[in-house]
Design a protein around this ligand. Structure first.
Ligand SMILES: [Zn+2]
Length: 292
């Protein structure tokens, strides 16, 4: 089965060479194109629903959380922690901000800040590449032939944020795109296909029964996951950052629960948060009416 689905053999073709001027003289650029037949993801899934896959979700505190599957069985998990990187990024942004404020006006083009921006961008690129490498190596190690990512269609709202937070959020958003791009290239080289799934409710639905769940802090003495996912319907509890990757498998298998009830449950949960205040208001009115 594996032989049949492997997008091999690769055909390596030499594209036309270009000559260009180099500071030390002339140089020739000879591109090589590596191409191979890749089966359409959906055809692959239908032909073999038990195909080993890896699902990847960016967690709240991780750059990536990956789960390897053999059919419906989890064969491994990978956490690529992101807090250290985020802290470093925030420190760099704060330093740039301080310098900009000290100069009293935007110091665009000023040499020192330009260097700082470049260093920051380089660190982002480097971390994205390393994260992608870890994901692809993990998938390869577990014999996955497909990697499922979340489609990036939730643009972060940054309107009311301060400069540093806005920059930070934008950069983590951009980072996700870079991880996906690098992973796609690296995976293709290994003969692994990267597919995307809609991220709607992947972190909100229970990976066990599909009901709308909640994320709560269950941390004691700084141990355990920062956020725990809890399902009120079936009692499932687990690491909140893992839930997305678990649900992506359901999305991949077209077994994710219908969105309608989840949307309704989300609305209800929002209303429940504001309900007590409304009841108090009503109580006050009742008192006034009876007195009058
Ligand atoms: Zn449940």
């Amino acid at each position: 089965m594996r032989e049949q689905l492997k997008p091999l053999p690769w055909a390596i073709a030499q594209a036309s060479a270009t000559l260009y001027r180099h500071p030390d003289g002339w140089a020739a650029h000879v591109p090589f194109v590596r191409a191979g037949p890749v089966k359409k993801a959906e055809e692959q899934r239908e032909a073999n629903p038990g195909l080993p896959v890896t699902t990847v979700d960016p967690g709240e505190n991780n750059l990536a959380v990956a789960v390897a599957w053999a059919g419906r069985k989890v064969t491994g998990t990978l956490f690529v922690p992101g807090r250290a990187h985020e802290a470093r990024r925030l420190r760099r942004l704060a330093a740039i901000r301080r310098r900009q404020q000290a100069s009293g006006r935007p110091t665009r083009g000023e040499r020192s800040n330009r260097r700082r921006w470049a260093r920051l961008a380089h660190a982002e690129e480097d971390t994205a590449r390393q994260t992608a490498r870890q994901i692809v190596d993990f998938a390869k190690q577990h014999g996955s032939q497909v990697i499922v990512f979340e489609a990036l269609n939730r643009v972060p709202r940054t309107r009311r944020m301060g400069w540093t937070r806005r920059q930070n959020l934008r950069r983590s958003w951009w980072m996700r795109g870079r991880i996906l791009t690098f992973a796609r290239e690296m995976a293709l080289w290994e003969g692994i296909l990267v597919v995307l799934r809609d991220p709607a409710f992947t972190s909100k639905a229970c990976p066990d029964c599909g009901a709308y769940g909640e994320r709560v802090s269950r941390r004691a003495n700084g141990r355990g996951p920062r956020l725990t996912f809890r399902c009120p319907a079936c009692g499932f509890e687990g690491h909140a950052d893992l839930v997305g990757a678990l649900n992506l498998k359901r999305k991949r298998d077209r077994a994710f629960p219908p969105l309608g009830p989840l949307v309704a449950a989300a609305k209800e949960a929002r209303q429940a948060k504001t309900a007590p205040a409304k009841l108090e208001d009503k109580g006050a009115w009742d008192v006034r009416l009876t007195r009058g």
